[in-house]
Design a protein around this ligand. Structure first.
Ligand code: BDR
Ligand code: CA
Length: 360
């Protein structure tokens, strides 16, 4: 079956009877929506109406953030309402410029971009230039931004798109959680209109910036603590699952072989990103962490998850930013997070290749 994520999200409205039921359709139906006149003597008209998941991507591009933006735009199950940026992989100025360059590359400058926090809530900023290069997105020839960043702060853009959305919006943070924590503290009532927070960050097992902690959570653990305690449904796509989501050099070759500008740029980005992972882990390829959070929303079932209590370590320096996942329920406290554990790598790579192929 083609990507089944559209399954269950296509609302078939039987106009003649006024009844509604869920129709199991393929992604093309979801992408375009269309009308069907049933044959065989049946005169009822069935209209298939797509219901896409409205999302806001809050990111720090970043090689894998760039792929997450691309995937969010490509998947017909998702509607990218806005991109907001935060300091993380690089300075806020750099991550914002990178977001604008990626949207320019993808010819989607209609998606509004606003910059948010230039530093964590209470700690100094640490960037990941060793992973992503000085620009945050080294290794490829990206176009100059064809649009300007919006004048308002990221949390104001998120507030306005959430308030204007006809349905609840899903937040997809793929950088430090500073902006999302500020949003929660500034506009707590807005949370009623937030369907879910599906974030890339954390690890049940080994970290990647320290033995204890993953980068996004380690950079701003106080913000992460606010977000995990916000009381909204939350998915943690951590290293346990993203380290299985590796795009190899051969996979990157498939992007280059598309013969498109977008394919070339992403192949080059992957080659640069791969150097760090070859040196650190000896891997042939890179985990595309942030795109897993997007893929999980678009294709339910792609990532295997379980519910669990997760708390963030903010007091200790040794274990700063550890996502303490109580998988056995030892604390007796109710779960506050769905955590990603496993992913079908081959299917994930197919999603990315198919997605890149949709762009010029
Ligand atoms: C996370 O850290 C960043 O370097 C990546 O963009 C990703 O969001 C992985 O730990
Ligand atoms: Ca990121």
């Amino acid at each position: 079956m083609p990507e089944g994520a559209a399954v269950g999200r296509i609302l078939a409205t039987v106009l003649s009877t006024g009844k509604r039921h869920m129709n199991h359709g393929g992604e093309d139906a979801c992408a375009t929506g269309y009308g069907l006149a049933a044959g065989g003597g049946c005169s009822r008209i069935i209209r298939l109406m797509p219901t896409r998941i409205p999302i806001v991507l809050d990111c720090d591009p970043g090689h894998d953030d760039a792929l997450a933006i691309m995937l969010a735009l490509a998947r017909p199950e998702l509607e990218l309402l806005a991109v907001t940026t935060v300091a993380g992989n690089a300075s806020l100025e750099a991550t914002t410029r990178n977001a604008l360059r990626v949207l320019t590359l993808l010819e989607r400058t209609d998606v509004p971009v606003a910059a948010g926090s230039s530093a964590p809530l209470v700690r100094p900023l640490h960037v990941a230039a060793n992973v992503h290069g000085a620009s945050g997105l080294d290794g490829a020839d990206l176009p100059e931004p064809a649009v300007l960043v919006r004048p308002e702060h990221a949390i104001e853009l998120i507030r306005s798109v959430v308030e204007r959305s006809s349905g609840p919006v899903t937040l997809v943070p793929t950088g430090p959680l500073t902006n999302i924590a500020l949003l929660i503290r500034t506009y707590p009532r807005l949370l009623d209109r937030v369907e879910r927070i599906c974030l890339m960050g954390g690890a049940v097992g080994e970290g990647n910036v320290t033995a204890s902690a993953e980068f996004n959570i380690w950079v701003d653990p106080e913000a992460a603590s606010i977000v995990f305690d916000a009381g909204r449904p939350l998915t943690m796509i951590g290293l346990d699952v993203t380290h299985q989501a590796i795009v190899t050099a051969a996979d990157a070759g498939r992007l280059a072989a598309l013969g498109t500008r977008t394919g070339r740029v992403f192949a080059d980005l992957l080659q640069f990103f791969g150097r760090f992972h070859a040196e650190r882990y000896g891997w042939d390829g890179s985990p595309i962490h942030d795109a897993v959070a997007v893929a999980h929303l678009a294709v339910p079932g792609l990532v295997e998850t379980e519910m669990c209590r997760v708390d963030i370590e903010t007091a200790s320096e040794l274990t700063r930013g550890r996502t303490v996942a109580d998988q056995r329920g030892l604390s007796g406290r109710p779960p506050n997070a769905e955590i990603g554990l496993r992913i079908d790598r081959t299917r994930f790579v197919e999603l990315l290749v198919e997605a890149v192929a949709r762009f010029p």
